[in-house]
Design a protein around this ligand. Structure first.
Ligand code: PMP
Length: 455
């Protein structure tokens, strides 16, 4: 089919996620292939994959080993159900995940996306308390600006106003504690003070409601879609201590941060946090196939282990749960981490990125650069001193990413924060090229605001 026809049909038949289709129709993009850290569209134009194809890709596109593992599995079987039957790759992967994850986690429950892994975590925590005779523990507590995916359970613990407000009456109610957002805090700028105040406010809520709270959901160390905001040192551990003190299950969302993104296999390792439930997805297959998992403790697992008639069974499962192709891809993906000592190698890339981003700090419209490992957010503001944002209608973040696309790099903004999350496999030259494109696009997009200040 010719290129123009394809573009026409993409606008005629598709409805893309998190996309205003009017924007897409104005400037359609159809990807045809990829290689390493590059994506190629149907016109043959190449783009650096600056968002790891939505925070997934690890070793680059068309990695031979992962491709081979998928093909090999395909010659055995593509899929059989995990309801009442297991399969070889799902067993081997479960063992590997448990080996890699924090000590307390002993069981793996599969699903197929980050949101479903969170949905499962919520239902698991909810039912756990019923199964052990504490049915009054039904509430969830979450953090301001949290994002855990788009299914109804996941949005119920999601607190990003623009994504979630429209569904308000559809969601279950959850309690909300403040997030220690250092850059955007209205009256404090000392990270330790912000941490202590937020922990104090969290404790006040827990003190009052703990007997009704089943679990606390929290993104691991950094809020992604809520703005790329990193917790100050000690906050995450503080949350864990409070969950223990008030007997609340700690549900940690490692969907975006897992598998080396932050410089550790899981971001919980930075503060030695031991979740009761942990969700993983995205990087689990290196970005090749849609599988996810919810990991939990033996204690939680045992609360569901009984005669069928006790109704303690976890009545949850998806058709593609434990899909063999996905598990085979994940096994091959994780094998590369081990053989290549990838986490170790990532440390060097993290410092390269840090150094490359440094000069951007001088730019008059770069308000803040937040980096946790290979997750970066570059926040653009109209006035650095007052941190005043650009007008919402100006869509400066969006226009910057469109400019980046023109210059040969793809990413998506979160408001006016530019997401920079390259595949872990990106080499120094590729990282340099990505940062250079980003700098140029920021310069070109913001130059018309030169000299504009807060009023
Ligand atoms: N949790 C977090 C922290 C995420 O960043 C995301 C996706 N960006 C999700 C959950 C949802 O994952 P998925 O898109 O695979 O449903």
């Amino acid at each position: 089919m010719n290129q123009e026809k394809l573009i026409e049909k993409s606008s005629q038949y598709l409805w893309l996620p998190f996309t205003q289709m009017k924007d897409y129709d104005a400037d359609p993009l159809v990807i045809e292939s990829g290689e390493g850290v590059y994506l190629r569209d149907i016109h043959g134009k190449e783009y650096l994959d600056g968002y790891s194809s939505l925070w997934l890709n690890v070793h680059g596109h068309r990695n031979e080993e992962i491709n081979h593992a998928i093909k090999e599995q395909l010659d055995k079987i593509a899929h059989s159900t995990l309801l009442g039957a297991s399969n070889i790759p799902s067993i081997l992967l479960a063992e590997k995940l448990i080996d890699l994850s924090p000590e307390k986690l002993k069981r793996v429950f599969y699903s197929d996306s980050g949101a479903t892994s969170v949905e499962i975590a919520i239902k698991m925590a909810y039912q756990y308390w019923q199964n052990i005779g504490r049915p009054e523990k039904q509430k969830f507590i979450t953090l301001k600006n949290a994002y855990h995916g788009d299914t109804v359970g996941a949005i119920s613990v999601g607190k990003v106003d623009i994504f979630h407000r429209v569904y308000k009456s559809l969601m279950f109610h959850s309690l909300v504690a403040p997030f220690p957002d250092v850059y955007h805090h209205p009256d404090l700028d000392d990270a330790d003070e912000i941490r202590d105040r937020c922990l104090q406010e969290l404790e006040e809520i827990l003190r009052e409601y703990h007997h009704e709270i089943a679990g606390m959901t929290v993104e691991s160390l950094i809020q992604g879609a809520g703005g790329m905001n990193i917790m100050p040192k000690g906050y995450f551990k503080g949350v864990e201590d409070l969950c223990r003190k008030y007997n609340i299950l700690l549900i940690v969302d490692e969907v975006a941060t897992g598998f080396g993104r932050t410089g550790k296999m899981f971001a919980v390792e930075h503060e030695g946090v031991q979740p009761d439930i942990m969700t993983v997805a995205k990087g689990i297959t290196g970005g090749y196939l849609p599988i996810a998992a919810t990991l939990t403790t033996e204690e939680i697992y045992e609360a569901f282990y009984d005669d069928y008639n006790s109704l303690k069974t976890f009545f949850h499962g998806h058709s593609y749960t434990g899909n063999q192709l996905g598990c085979a891809a994940a096994l091959a993906n994780l094998e590369i981490y081990k053989r290549e000592n990838l986490i170790e190698k990532t440390q060097e890339k993290i410092s390269i990125i840090e150094n490359l981003l440094k000069p951007l700090k001088q730019h008059p419209h770069v308000g803040d650069i937040r980096q946790l490992g290979m997750i970066c957010g570059i926040e653009l503001v109209i006035d650095k001193e007052s941190k005043k944002p650009f007008e919402w209608e100006d869509r400066v973040g969006y226009h910057t990413t469109l400019k980046m696309r023109e210059l040969g790099m793809l990413t998506r903004p979160i408001g006016d924060t530019i997401v920079f999350m390259p595949p872990l496999a990106a080499n120094e030259e590729e990282l340099r090229e990505m940062v250079s494109i980003m700098s140029e696009a920021i310069e070109m997009t913001t130059k018309k605001y030169a000299g504009e200040k807060a009023v």
